[in-house]
Design a protein around this ligand. Structure first.
Ligand code: SF4
Length: 757
């Protein structure tokens, strides 16, 4: 019989959690606060104190392992440290039961390993704000701890046996897995081979592969094939947008055929999309799907593993059948699935669930990042934070009495900070600072603790400015913990409302996410980042923190140069100063092309202002040509209506913005789209923030301008132009409108298969 290995914490969570789901005592301290809290507590112990004690033991074929926080041999005391913020009295009883269960399992393992008859167990709760310990102590005989350990292992063993059987069946099926189509598409085999190679060697892979070759299948298939040989526990398919996740689920369906293959897949869905009771809070007194959650979870979990693909609809169906919350069921099922499909943030953000589970359970995972060109900006967003003083002041006037003191303290520190800023840099509205201010951060931390306590008393969900501020403040503190002046920028600017006093906006901006992403890639046994636009690879490797051993593959396009005419608008300048003069020539160029070959076109501009300028000239010059344009904040229905105008064989021009909803990820094959116009190089605006980015990136990588402006701009251009040729039968034209497109260093960043005329 094979051995099943389980972490102490996972064992306790599986066997000792009961009652309601209750998030009132959360969010718990950040990972950094947790580490700092542990260090503070263990630092207070004597010299003989042993930290991070590795412990392991077996019950039949179950292997249990973990690290106890600390052991004091002089007192024969084993400690488990739990950091928290808020009022400990409010901690739900089932959280406490879980903590004791974990400690008792460690106690049993320690007694066995060291031949002890008894041991003192101490659950040490450490308040991260007050830096105060509250210890709870109990003395236990080795015999009773052993019984406790055996009971819990026995309860888990039935599940573990099924998991072992599943794993064996899964690995056999994956070993025999055949490519689901008669042949690979052109370029798809090369991509698949590179991915397989990467999984086998453990070297991360950056794969640039054009649209139309079946990238999703071309990456998932080889990773699943490699899973048995590389002993991979899970494959995480991570994407920036919903369509990418849909494609991944479709690819899994294609691979697994009739649904009898023993491969479990789960889709992670955002809380706002899966919550059944948005007006309620996540605890049993408010939400019926949180009440008794852990009591009903075992049956729901059992039913869920019988569905091979738990997409949003299937998860909801299972969850509601068992009267539990679908959102939290999806989090549970991430533990028991082979393929997890979700947004980037589930693995990369500061408190990412999938990354946390991977380290805790020592899983061997393969990470697939779809449309990876998005990861730079998405990671910057995850690791940046902002606070607005005007919104804070408004909120301060409304907060309940119990929060007045905490808000007053933040207010004082904020004003003191403003004064300091003004004195140091009196002549400017935008300012850059050295480090986040410690006094202000501490006041913010105390404010978060006070709000945590206040929220615990509220029976219903509060969808209010207070909640928004709470999460913003929490995030601000989390980002501040990671602040380092190479990778981050701490800046502020003044905001003047139409009425009342101006206030400052404080921003912690991540410029280079590499240092925070690198450990995520290190945790993975295999990492593949793919997209149609990953050039130049050095830019992505630098900013994403990929190691020097990262492999690069640039899969040739399956399309022929003759399919796409690329024309450069040599005589037009779209530089900011020339924009007004460029409106009529661009409108004329679009009109000429339309007359030459009537059909559907997309015209892209760097801003709404530019778009509207050309559109108005074009309408006057060509009143008979149908036009439609992208609007700010279009909902899903409006976006679909925009796309529906591109009928097969239709005629007209859709005006859109570069980098927007229609500039990537949309598919208009055949005569639904026969050409595109791209005005400007897509360069981000020159402003004080981007100029700061340029300075920092120049200091780190030498190419400040290219890293800040040129590469991100050209990526948007190539993505937008890439809408035209989607299949081997498509034919079309792309007009790149700006004389700078003729520069060799710009042309070098365009796809190799384009022949520019
Ligand atoms: S249904 Fe909504 S309110 Fe209820 S537990 Fe789930 S996420 Fe929370």
């Amino acid at each position: 019989m094979s051995r099943y290995t389980v972490a102490v914490r996972a064992l306790a969570e599986f066997t000792a959690k009961s009652g309601d789901l209750d998030l009132r005592f959360t969010p718990s301290p950040t990972a950094q606060e947790g580490i700092a809290g542990h260090t503070t507590v263990t630092g207070r112990r004597g010299e003989s104190y042993q930290r991070e004690v590795p412990l392991a033991g077996d019950y039949r074929h179950l292997h249990v392992r973990g690290r106890a926080d600390g052991y004091d041999p002089r007192r024969n005391r084993l400690e488990e440290i739990k950091t928290f913020r808020g009022d400990l009295e409010r901690q739900p009883a089932n959280h406490r039961v879980l903590h004791w269960a974990q400690l008792k399992i460690y106690g049993a393992l320690l007694c066995r390993e060291r031949g002890l008859d008894q041991v003192e167990l101490a659950l040490v709760y450490f308040d991260v704000v007050k830096q105060k310990e509250t210890p709870l102590r109990e003395v236990h005989e080795a015999e009773s701890l052993n019984r406790f350990f055996d009971e819990h292992c026995e309860r888990f063993l039935q599940w573990a046996d099924r998991e072992l059987a599943h794993r064996q069946a899964r690995d056999q099926a994956l070993t025999a897995l055949a490519f689901p189509h008669a042949r690979f598409r052109s370029g798809q085999r090369e991509l698949a081979e590179s991915v397989y190679q990467s999984a086998c060697t453990g070297r991360p892979l950056l794969a640039q592969a054009p649209t139309g070759i079946g990238k999703t299948l071309g990456t998932l298939f080889p990773l699943l094939k490699a899973a048995p040989g590389r002993a991979l526990d899970k494959v995480f398919f991570l994407s920036a947008k919903t369509p990418g996740r849909k494609l991944a689920l479709d690819a899994v369906r294609t691979l697994t055929g009739d649904g009898t293959m023993p491969l479990r897949t789960v889709e992670m869905i955002a809380r706002e999309k899966s919550c059944e009771h948005p007006d309620k809070a996540c605890h049993g007194e408010s939400c019926p799907l949180a009440a008794g959650f852990y009591d009903r979870l075992p049956a729901a979990r059992q039913a869920a593993v019988e569905s091979p693909i738990l997409d949003r609809r299937q998860l909801r169906e299972v969850a509601l059948r068992h009267h539990i919350c679908p959102y939290y069921l999806s989090q549970e099922m991430a533990r028991w699935s082979d393929v997890v499909v979700g947004d980037y943030n589930y693995y990369f953000d500061l408190s990412a669930l999938l990354h946390g589970l991977t380290t805790e359970n020592q899983w061997r995972v393969a990470v697939l990042a779809d449309e990876a060109h998005n990861l730079v900006d998405r990671a910057r967003g995850m690791y940046s934070a902002e606070l607005d003083q005007i919104a804070f002041r408004r909120l301060k006037k409304q907060v309940p009495k119990s929060l007045k003191g905490a808000f007053e303290r933040i207010h004082r520190h904020w004003n003191a900070l403003n004064k300091e800023i003004e004195e140091a840099q009196p002549d400017t509205d935008y300012r850059v600072h050295d480090d986040p201010p410690q006094g202000f951060l501490f006041a913010l931390q105390q404010g978060v603790a006070a709000i945590t306590d206040y929220l615990a008393e509220q029976p219903e969900a509060l969808d209010s400015d207070l909640i928004r501020f709470y999460f913003d403040a929490l995030h601000f503190n989390r980002v501040a913990e990671r602040f380092d002046s190479d990778a981050f920028l701490f800046d502020s600017h003044w905001r003047a409302p139409s009425r009342g006093r101006p206030g400052s906006c404080l921003c912690l901006r991540n410029v280079v996410p590499a240092a925070l992403l690198a450990p995520r890639f290190e945790t993975a046994s295999a990492a593949v980042l793919f997209s149609a636009t990953l050039s130049p690879p050095r830019y992505y490797a630098d900013l994403l923190g990929l190691p020097d051993t990262t492999a690069w593959v640039d899969v040739p396009s399956p399309f022929r140069a003759e399919q796409l005419q690329v024309r450069i608008g040599h005589r037009i300048s779209t530089r900011y100063r020339d924009r007004r003069a460029s409106l009529a020539p661009i409108a004329a160029l679009i009109g000429d092309q339309f007359q030459q070959r009537r059909g559907n076109y997309l015209a892209f501009f760097s801003s709404y202002e530019y778009l509207e300028g050309v559109l108005s000239v074009f309408r006057r010059a060509h009143p008979d040509v149908p036009v439609w344009s992208q609007q700010r904040r279009m909902d899903e229905e409006a976006r679909q209506a925009f796309l529906d105008r591109f009928e097969e064989g239709g005629e007209g021009i859709g005006f859109a913005v570069l980098g927007g909803a229609f500039a990537e990820g949309i598919d208009l094959p055949g005569r639904r789209l026969i050409g595109a116009f791209v005005a400007t190089l897509g360069l981000p605006q020159i402003n004080p923030v981007n100029e700061q980015f340029k300075t920092r990136l120049a200091a780190l990588f030498g190419d400040g301008y290219d890293y800040t402006y040129l590469y991100p701009g050209l990526r948007k251009v190539v993505q937008a132009a890439g809408r035209v040729i989607r299949t081997g039968d498509d034919e079309g034209v792309v007009h790149l409108i700006d004389d700078r497109f003729a520069l060799p260093r710009v042309r070098a960043l365009l796809p190799r298969w384009w022949r520019c005329g």
